[in-house]
Design a protein around this ligand. Sequence first.
Ligand code: 5GP
Ligand code: MN
Length: 316
Amino acid sequence: MTLDNILEEIKKAQTIILLTHEAPDGDAIGSTLAMKTALKTLGKESDVIIKEFPRTFEFLPNAKEIKQESEIKKYDLAVSLDCTDLRRLVGREYFEEAKRTIVIDHHGTNSMFGDINFVNPVAPACCEILVGMLTYFNIEITKEIGTCILTGIITDTGGFKNQGTTSETFEFTAELLRKGVKVSEIYRKVLEIKTRGNFELLKRTLNRMEILENGKVAFTYITNQDEEEVNIEIGDHEGLVEEGRRIEGVEVSIFIRQKNHEDSYKVSMRSNSYVNVSDICYVFGGGGHPKAAGCLIQGNIEQVKEKLLKEIRKVI
Ligand code: 5GP
Ligand code: MN
């Protein structure tokens, strides 16, 4: 069974590296740090490489041990968590060089780029996959590991409200509460508190939000100039796409963010019920989940908007 193979690879490896996707969110960071902490209980040290680390997640256990790069070039084992494909993986070179590779993910569009792939698209968060995996490995989910895992679950389920949230999610959360994990404190830290930069961007995105296609599509954007004017920090764009889909009648919310001062935009899409935004993003080389997905599109704001609307009109 895949899980037995994964445990075997972990036990065999002397050097292990844990990697995740670019623009890492709570699930990306939570799952890598949960894995790092869990591996310690097996007597295994591991390196975590995350290059753009949002300040919001500094409170997580072992966050201080995260590195930007490593002296080791060829690891015995590289594990990718919460990442759909090699192109999005930060520290890709370590993965490509590693003797053995494992992919653990919950995206339906995962390209299965590891020697061993453990992908469950039904799991609401990569962190929720780890609950089952660690239990199978007989690793106790301590308060520390639980804090990391819950962070990923809370951010990826939008605070237990997305439709993918399972009964196990609540059962696991209840168990963590009993273990002393500060659920409401984590919730507030990762979902409620806005950085000043995020708040300033929110004002701009709301002000310029357009409601299109008979009220079914919300569209907004930020440019590099906006980011400079409000002095953004890493991760300040998180959550802005959620605003559009809260508007009555809106099915698809689009938020685009300029990349590198070029005519190139990072797209975030969300839907409420019937549009599969992952399929739409897939057309542009991206992917994600049916109700939350992303991609990168070339063009200016109007061109990117038109390209997306053309695809959306087919299904809305
Ligand atoms: P977000 O809009 O929060 O950046 O991303 C929503 C979901 O889509 C996440 O699960 C994220 O991993 C995935 N995603 C975002 N951008 C891309 C992309 O360019 N390619 C792929 N394959 N997935 C993406
Ligand atoms: Mn995730």
